[in-house]
Design a protein around this ligand. Sequence first.
Ligand code: SAM
Length: 290
Amino acid sequence: MNTLYDETKFILKKYGIIANKKLGQNFLISDEVVNAIVTAAKLSKTDLVIEIGPGLGNLTKPLLENAGKVVCVELDSNMLQILKERFLLYSNLEIIKQDILKVDLAKLIREEKQKNTNLQTVKVVANLPYYITSPIMMYLLEQKLEIESITVMVQKEVAERFIAIPGQKQAGAITYTIYYYAEGEKVIDVPKDSFIPEPEVDSEVIHLKIRKEPLFPLAPDSLFFPMIKTAFSQRRKTLLNTLVNGNILSSKEEGKKILETLGLPETIRGEALSIEDFKRLAEMIEQKRR
Ligand code: SAM
């Protein structure tokens, strides 16, 4: 029997909740998937868990039982009362009613650790709202927060892009950013009927282990990420044309010489470059600009 299904139906009816599509509300009703997420996050009582979008709290419950402290960030005020009543007996929960992209996470982590010195590691766990998956991932990674891992449910196609190895067919600009900061792996495929209401797309849970240090150091004004973004903005064109059009390279002639020096053919497309190729390319262009 799937107990989460019954519990969700009961809560939706009790509080008269209709899922808000605009907020990406698809509530998880599969006990198996919830267990897989919690197992992949490898929780312990010394963990501070940040849960993005707890919704009705279907994932929150096992997080509270397995982690030291859970801080939930939820934008929909309709969920707050439900969460408060459902988890009345738990003393390790805090709920913040806010847009996750507006929360000062560095401050939050610092303050939680000061309040409770038992908390040693920070983990993000979430069934993400799909309309802002990439902005959330960028927000979590680019701030270089003290986070050990991110275990999230995302749309399947997006998951495959997130955990691809740069240079693979599924890779996009975001693949390089994620790979720069983290090592990713697939946890479980999630069919549409694992949610109420069912989303239009299939889903997947992924686990990202944040690297202790990013793959290599980059200057704050480095061309590395802007160049990758430009390179993937027009995938069908050659890298050379895209970088000239995007004003990363001043001319085709300059670009041809640089590619030749790097041992790359002038017809190469961005998607064929490894992350190290992009690094060397950015460094050479930066040198020429000086
Ligand atoms: N965790 C619940 C579950 O698994 O059943 C709900 C997941 S639902 C896919 C996404 C949740 O994120 C919703 O509760 C939604 O209200 C919330 N949400 C949407 N946009 C948000 C934002 N910008 N900041 C925080 N929460 C947000």
